[in-house]
Design a binder for this molecule. Sequence first.
Ligand code: FAD
Length: 405
Amino acid sequence: MRKPKIVILGAGYGGLMTTVRLQKQLGVNEADITLVNKNNYHYESTWLHEASAGTLPADRTRYKVTDVIDKSKVHFLVDTVTSINREEKTVALSKGGELNYDYLVVSLGYEAETFGIKGLKEHAFSIANLNAARQIREHIEYQFATYNTEKDRRDDRLTIVVGGAGFTGIEFLGELANRAPELCQEFDVPQEKVRIICVEAAPTVLPGFDPELVEYAVNQLEKKGVEFKIGTAIKEATEEGIIVAKDDQVEEIKAGTVVWAAGVRGNHLVEDSGFENMRGRVKVDPYLRAPGHDDVFIVGDCSLIINEEINRPYPPTAQIAMQQGEICAKNLAVLVRGQGELEAFTPDLKGSVCSLGEDDAIGVVFGRKVWGSKASFMKKMVDNRALFMIGGPGLVMKKGKFNIL
Ligand code: FAD
């Protein structure tokens, strides 16, 4: 009998979790499993703010996909998906190949959403993937390295604007605030010339987070020199910096570096492939399938699930992507074997911890508020847990964060 073909697109948190669980649940003769990923490595997207600021070497955030998959059960292709044909049940790849599937898992992750703001795509960076993180780090270092070599020194070279005071923006600001004094020392730059400015359109930092913890975060970051412009919208990004507006007051902020951290969307391929979607995210059925496509599962940031309690979508997180991966693998095994019942997905949120740099953080874990070094310790445990869930203790020993005292 022909074995069903399962094709998994993307080796991020969702795709890799689906793969490692599936390889445990299915025998070699039960299915042909193919995993496709742009790179031969997985990167921890949740650590990219550190790689971008330069507080963690980029290499620490990644590991080889072949270190965690069972090559006797999973065929791994390093290639870029260029399109998905839902009618023909095929996936086209950039090296010219085509894959056909009986079951497809779309786990292609997130992209920056710039909401049509003029100039952002051209003039701002976004922490989109490992290559982007390396580029941001190099760019910031270049600004510091160039400062003392110019005849007419431009102080605004050393201004870094971060667009967005959500989770990613705040975590990046925490790293930047720690990194700036190191860069000043390394490149003989006076610390007072450096400005780190956060611009946020919403009336508060970290909307939705506990107000007491938000106040703690803002105080801690301000103590390290971060300036906040809240209730202020970025109207345009230019070669010179950004133009912002607050209550009809328009201001130009000249900056050597602008990083946009205020919005993500699902992968554009989801949109291009004709799935019903909202900004590249598909509102999946309870079993994580695309509406009208019982053979297509969508997990991670390309999926959208509604939190019925507040009638709003859950924010896309690695925590949810990994939990979806577990359920997706179970459901695929049920379909392949033609026995058992599909399991509905319900997020089991254990909390969230937002780092404020190496040794500080805020969070709510199992309903309890934590901050400072205790929260920072928990953040590292969360990071290590993600490694453990996918690669077991060996991966934690190799890549884990142990500088916890
Ligand atoms: P990803 O992990 O992004 O993986 C997608 C994969 O698909 C990648 O390997 C990519 O290379 C591959 N891919 C993309 N396009 C193609 C293509 N065309 N062909 C082949 N392969 C392709 N979440 C939390 O829960 N907690 C946190 O503390 C947290 N912190 C964050 C901090 C930062 C700086 C950022 C940026 C995000 C953070 N998140 C956090 C969110 C979290 O990283 C995402 O929700 C998560 O990565 C989504 O997982 P995913 O599997 O959908 O996609």
